[in-house]
Design a protein around this ligand. Structure first.
Ligand SMILES: Cc1cc2nc3c(=O)[nH]c(=O)nc-3n(C[C@H](O)[C@H](O)[C@H](O)COP(=O)(O)O)c2cc1C
Length: 345
């Protein structure tokens, strides 16, 4: 019998072999302490999922200016490092690998999280609507970042990567997807700058490449998550595709662990004329992680079609810590329910 591709090992890099092709997608749980320290319960939660080939943590704040939600974990001081050490140790004891997702929310924040200061963003363009996880606060106009704000964020990504290495992570993922700060630079809706960081694909992606370079100096394995489709926290603009064509082509020159699709539903997109993952694969020649609504069958298909090398699974892994074992044995999965987000099982 031939081996099921889902459970075949994958060499992400010469020094990093994953035991199967199933990745745990990053999923924010907002269960860290009020000082953003990962808890022992979080360590157990991740360790229970160590049978996946790779775990990518929930988004993790790189600095106090990065916050946009209550009780997100962070990685900008030694207490955070100590908290994350418990997580990485338990995952490693159970035979898993784990990357930290490094994150800045940009305009998807509110002064209540920032000591009364305005959120930082490429341009002073507010997100409309209610601030998530609050009763009635509305998003407000962010502050257009100055060149020194931009440099500070690049430095904060690098420091966070250094802390991640100290905390025992196998690598980091730079969160440049889902409408957060780095993604805000990559889309025309949110980037209206007229300087060195706006108005052209090269300028709009400058901060991303500066962050990658700075982070690579701190830790060997670096992945990048991208949303070529504006689907969350950002409006679509016809000029976005050339930005992502450029970004993906340029990424070929970087020694990255992978590029990861940032989507909730990786279905056909008219303006890309393919799924987001297929589009990434066409332009980027390194490892690709598909994500967004995959089940074991569609995951297998994406691997066999060579659309992706790995497939990230999100909600089904919240509902089924033993997703890998159940899938291997063809057992029924527990359906995901949003109520499951109330506890760390
Ligand atoms: C509760 C929840 C929290 C999420 N938090 C994050 C996050 O922290 N970082 C991120 O990049 N994506 C986040 N996502 C998106 C997932 O990584 C993934 O793209 C999405 O769930 C689609 O995959 P799925 O259909 O397998 O669930 C989150 C999704 C859910 C359901």
């Amino acid at each position: 019998m031939t081996q099921d591709i889902l459970f075949s090992p994958y060499q992400l890099s010469q020094d990093l072999i994953l035991k199967n092709r199933i990745v745990m997608a990053p999923m924010s749980r907002c269960m860290a302490t009020d000082n953003f320290i990962p808890t022992p319960e979080m360590a157990d939660y991740y360790a229970r999922r160590a049978s996946t080939g790779l775990i990518i943590t929930e988004c993790t704040m790189i600095s106090p200016t990065a916050q946009g939600y209550p009780n997100s974990p962070a990685i900008f001081n030694q207490e955070h490092v100590a908290g994350w050490k418990q997580v990485t140790q338990k995952v490693h004891e159970n035979g898993g690998k784990i990357f930290a997702q490094l994150w800045h929310t940009g305009r998807v924040s509110h002064p209540i999280y920032l000591n009364g200061n305005k959120p930082l963003a490429p341009s002073a363009v507010a997100l409309t609507g209610r601030v998530k996880r609050t009763d009635n606060l509305q998003y407000e106009e962010p502050k257009e970042m100055t060149p020194s704000d931009i440099q500070a964020v690049i430095n904060d990504f690098a420091k966070a990567a250094k802390y991640a290495k100290e905390a025992g992570f196998d690598g980091v993922e730079i969160h440049a997807a889902n409408g957060y700060l780095l993604d805000q630079f990559l889309h025309w809706d949110t980037n209206r700058r007229n300087d060195h960081w706006g108005q052209s694909p090269e300028n709009m992606s400058r901060i991303l490449f500066d962050v990658i370079n700075a982070v690579k100096q701190q830790i060997q394995f670096v992945g990048v998550r991208l949303s070529p489709v504006a689907y969350l926290n950002i409006e679509h603009d016809e000029r976005d595709k050339p930005v992502f064509d450029y970004v993906l082509e340029q990424l070929n020159q970087y020694d990255l662990a992978y590029v990861h699709t940032g989507m909730f539903d990786d279905s056909y997109q008219d303006h890309l004329q393919s799924t987001a993952t297929h589009y990434i694969r066409q332009h980027y020649h390194g490892n690709v992680i598909a994500c967004g609504g995959y089940n074991s069958e569609s995951a297998r298909e994406a691997l066999l079609n060579n659309d992706a090398d790995l497939v990230a699974i999100g909600r089904p892994l919240i509902a089924n810590p033993d997703y890998v074992e159940k899938t291997r044995q063809n057992k029924n999965l527990t359906p995901y329910d949003v109520g499951m987000l109330n506890t760390l099982v």
